[in-house]
Design a protein around this ligand. Structure first.
Ligand code: NAD
Length: 540
């Protein structure tokens, strides 16, 4: 057997490196800090590369991937890897999401304590020759309310530690079960606004998604108590940087602790100019133990994948889709979009997710079923779950991880087959039950090979789910559509398609496909139209 070649393009912990170098079948090259221009001509000589955040794996870099089969990220974030480009080239992308959970947790605690007691400022003051004790009057954490947004791995660990300080911990995370919060002794809020009003300290532990980007702006800060502490060690952009700057400057926010920035490294960033904002250069994962953890996890999983053994944390499995016939690949793409659509129109926590496959196309199982694992689902079901979850969980949801995440979220996934459904012979249907409502979305692929959404609940449609849409639900009365068109026109937003459906009951829904982005202001204006019940921007 010829040896596998592995290239390491960043500094990774010795313990991880040793796993690779001690294997007689692996040739390891360490080229930490290698530039893309030097990497591109040689990347195809390697079976695997292992990176941290120093290498940006672009579509261009892997244009000619040669024998490259695996990209391993020794860390969590995959912002620096073009996952879609890698999938297209059949390259497995894997990360190590659990290795640095405690490192990030502990930095969060350090930030909370620093912000409460202004430790970094006091250190600087004393070292510059001052002895000013009055200037450093702090805030006691005991009996204060900590709000955690995102009660996943890091959020949960922060909760446990904050409780040991005697803090009252509350959380907002619409995607976990209440039982998880209960087991941590954390009160889960359904409504972010309600949490904002109660917190003395707030910390963010969500991925950066369309929903979490600018989750906190001046409007949200205005709901908080005066003198609140704001911590962000998750991803830059969750808290609007300009609005945070203004709020700290005005004294509304007592202090902030920020490890992550919208642009990294931050250049001319105002957050770096205020004494009461404590900043660190994205060091959440930087402990010896954290780096050892991610390096060992990634080295072990890269080895397993090279040897064809089972491995964890792959965020894509490109081979699955290519197992399908061309016809079925189109259904696969359509149902993933339908899952994405579902995530953007439903209200409440998903409790049941039922995939119904209708017609001859689905008579035979596409994949072998092993009923004791989440992989017993057919690829269509996995694609639908992935579409549903990635809207809120970000790019780390993959065809592999989607079923596990659904299981962790206690979503009851059902799959069934029918020979006909309603008036259709070939159809895929998603029935989504949440704690607030039940919705139905149906779609099919016509002979032209294009997938279409054919109904939402009782509204019949013909929508090609691709691009940006304004989706609205209104009382069917004259003038509403015209006003929507006028608002979009006035803002220079071009309408590329308009699909309207109504029921006898006087209710209507519409999908307006647009060529330009719809801002929050435009959406607010549309929502103010008389007769408008709901309006959303949907990305498909
Ligand atoms: P996780 O996936 O375990 O948890 C994320 C949680 O956020 C999930 O429970 C999810 O349901 C929740 N969530 C998603 N959208 C939400 C929304 N709109 N509102 C409220 N909750 C929402 O992830 P994790 O390992 O705990 O990591 C959390 C964040 O920390 C990630 O962004 C990760 O990239 C970041 N991180 C940063 C560093 C660093 O160096 N500063 C290190 C590690 C992780």
């Amino acid at each position: 057997m010829s040896k596998f070649k592995v290239l390491i393009t960043d500094h990774i912990a010795e313990e991880g490196l040793a796993i690779l170098t001690s294997d007689p079948n692996i040739d390891v090259d360490v080229r930490a800090g290698i530039k893309n221009v030097d990497l591109k001509p040689i990347i195809g000589e390697y079976d695997a590369i292992i990176t941290r955040s120093g290498t940006t794996v672009t579509a261009d870099l892997i244009e000619n991937p040669g024998k490259l089969k695996i990209i391993g990220r020794a860390g969590v974030g995959l912002d620096n890897v073009d996952i879609e480009a890698a999938s297209r080239k059949g390259i497995i992308v894997m990360n190590a999401p659990t290795g640095n959970t405690l490192a990030a947790t502990e930095l969060t605690m350090a930030m909370i304590l620093s912000a409460a007691r202004k430790v970094p400022m006091a250190n600087q003051s004393l070292k510059s020759g001052e002895w000013d004790r009055k200037k450093f009057m702090g805030i006691q954490l005991y009996s204060k309310v900590l709000g955690i947004v995102g009660l996943g791995r890091i959020g949960s660990n922060v909760a446990v530690r904050a409780k040991s300080f005697g803090m009252k911990v509350i959380a907002f995370d619409p995607y976990i079960k209440k039982s998880k919060a209960d087991s941590l002794g954390v009160k889960l809020y359904d409504n972010l606004e309600q949490l904002l009003k109660e917190v003395d300290v707030i910390t963010f532990h969500t991925p950066l998604t369309n929903e979490t980007h600018n989750m906190i702006t001046a409007k949200e800060i205005s709901l908080m108590k005066n003198g609140v502490l704001i911590i962000n060690c998750a991803r830059g952009g969750i808290v609007n940087e300009n609005d945070l700057y203004e709020a700290v400057k005005s004294g509304k926010v007592f202090a902030a602790g920020i490890d992550v920035f919208e642009e990294e490294p931050p250049i001319n960033n105002k957050l770096l100019t205020l004494d009461n904002i404590f900043v660190t250069p994205h060091i959440g994962a930087n402990t010896h133990e954290g780096q050892k953890g991610v390096a060992v996890i990634i080295a072990e999983n890269v080895l397993n994948a090279l040897y064809g053994k089972s491995y964890m944390n792959a965020v894509n499995i490109p081979f699955m889709k290519s197992q399908l016939s061309e016809d079925l690949q189109r259904y696969f793409e359509l149902i993933e979009k339908m899952g994405k659509l579902a995530a953007q129109i439903i209200k409440g926590r998903v409790e049941e997710f039922h995939v119904k496959l209708v017609g001859k196309n689905f008579e035979e199982d596409v994949c072998e079923r092993t009923f004791d694992t989440p992989f017993s689902y057919q690829p269509f079901t996995i694609a639908a779950i992935k579409g549903l979850l990635e809207v809120t969980q970000g790019e780390t949801v993959s065809y592999i991880s989607a079923s596990y995440i659904a299981k962790d979220r206690n979503i009851n996934v059902l799959e069934s087959k029918f020979s006909t459904y309603d008036k259709f012979n070939d159809l895929i249907v998603l029935k989504i039950k949440t704690d607030k409502e039940e919705r139905l979305i149906g779609g099919t692929v016509f002979n032209d090979g294009i997938g279409r959404v054919l109904f939402i609940d009782k509204f019949y449609l013909d929508v090609i789910p691709n691009g940006t849409f304004l989706y609205f639900n209104n009382h069917d009365r004259p003038g509403v559509i015209g006003k929507v068109g006028t608002i979009l026109g006035n803002m220079g937003i071009n309408i590329a398609g308009f699909e309207l459906s109504r029921q006898e009951a006087g209710q209507a829904i519409a999908f307006v496909s647009v060529d330009n982005p719809i801002t929050k202001d435009v959406l607010d204006e549309i929502l103010r139209i008389d007769g408008m019940k709901d309006a959303k921007v949907i990305e498909l």
